[in-house]
Design a protein around this ligand. Structure first.
Ligand SMILES: [Zn+2]
Length: 322
């Protein structure tokens, strides 16, 4: 599968040369005798930007993590779903990338900041791997710790800037999915990181009024900044419009691409206005909106996921025996 960014008409163009999108993401080891997925995939987007994905073999969440290098320090956005380094060696993977970068850009000191798009477990579980890492700041997970670290004021229009050294990262509070949700915008690449607030998947909305105003902010931001792609924390949609994988799926062979056109932000804002009329699941081609707990549809999806995973395990087991 070749992934290419979608194009965006009528918006500011991307600031610098485009990064590398044609990438085949790991999406669960094939149910045959072939090689297994690595626990974490590293994609070099450009010389100073890496996108990592954790394997579905170690967590069905298979979250995406982002690593940015500046002159003075590096930023890891999200630490993923796995605490145990034996199951997913995130720390050593990041250390290896930092070592390689520093060998080309010698520095006596090179701090690392570990921050999060939001505080859910599948985005913060790897923090413990960085707890004893020298020269490392792991930002807290709740809204007040996040606001304090980035210097975000309480106002809804507040934007803070984290400078990595010649590489400013703009930070916006976007509560609604989670109280501590933030978006991060990298001027260098034009990437807008949105965590689980905007991704090709199930957008779980815990606080609809906050979600709608956060989406309105993101739409306004993308109209005034050159956003090359909106990139989130997961892929949960198939390549077929409107069809998602079941919750818990361990194998996703025909995923939708990760990057979303900035125009999708308008579509999600419109969808949120529609979904505001009441709790339930609202289906759109590139995303679903889960307004409220949605217990029935979620349980049905989990059950479908379990059946699919059982089939997948049986096929894998048969191949192991053979
Ligand atoms: Zn998530």
């Amino acid at each position: 599968m070749t992934e290419m960014p979608e194009t965006s008409a009528g918006r500011p163009s991307a600031p610098l040369g485009p990064g590398d999108w044609p990438v085949r993401w790991i999406h669960g080891s094939p149910p045959g005798p072939g090689p297994r997925d690595p626990p974490v995939q590293v994609h070099r987007y450009d010389a100073k930007t890496f996108i990592l994905r954790q394997s579905k073999d170690v967590s069905f969440e298979a979250p995406f993590l982002y690593l940015f290098f500046g002159h003075d320090r590096a930023l890891l956005v999200d630490s993923g779903a796995i605490a145990d380094p034996r199951r997913c060696p995130l720390r050593s993977t990041v250390d290896g990338l930092v070592r390689a970068w520093r060998s080309d850009h010698p520095r006596s000191e090179y701090p690392l900041v570990v921050a999060h798009t939001h505080g859910h477990g599948d985005h913060v579980a790897g923090d413990s791997q960085f707890a004893d890492r020298p020269n490392t700041r792991v930002v807290g997970r709740d809204a007040s710790a996040v606001r304090e670290y980035f210097g975000l004021s309480d106002g809804p229009a507040a934007v803070a800037t984290l400078d990595l050294g010649g590489r400013p990262i703009e930070v916006l509070a976007i509560p609604g999915h989670h109280p501590a949700s933030i978006a991060l915008y990298d001027r260098r690449t034009g990437l807008l990181l949105t965590g689980d607030t905007v991704c090709p998947g199930r957008l779980y909305v815990a606080d609809m009024p906050a979600f709608r105003s956060s989406m309105a902010r993101l739409v306004g931001f993308a109209r005034t900044h050159p956003v090359s792609a909106v990139v989130g924390g997961h892929i949960e949609m198939t390549a077929r419009p409107g069809i998602d994988y079941p919750i818990g799926a361990r194998y996703q062979p025909h995923e939708r691409i990760l990057p979303m056109d900035p125009g999708r932000l308008d579509a999600i804002l419109e969808g949120a206005h529609l979904a505001a009329k009441g709790p339930g699941v609202y289906v759109f081609p590139d995303f679903h909106i889960y307004h409220g707990p949605c217990t029935g549809p979620a349980l049905w999806s989990i059950a479908r996921g379990k059946v699919g995973n059982l089939r997948y395990r049986i096929v894998r087991g048969l191949h192991r025996v053979v």
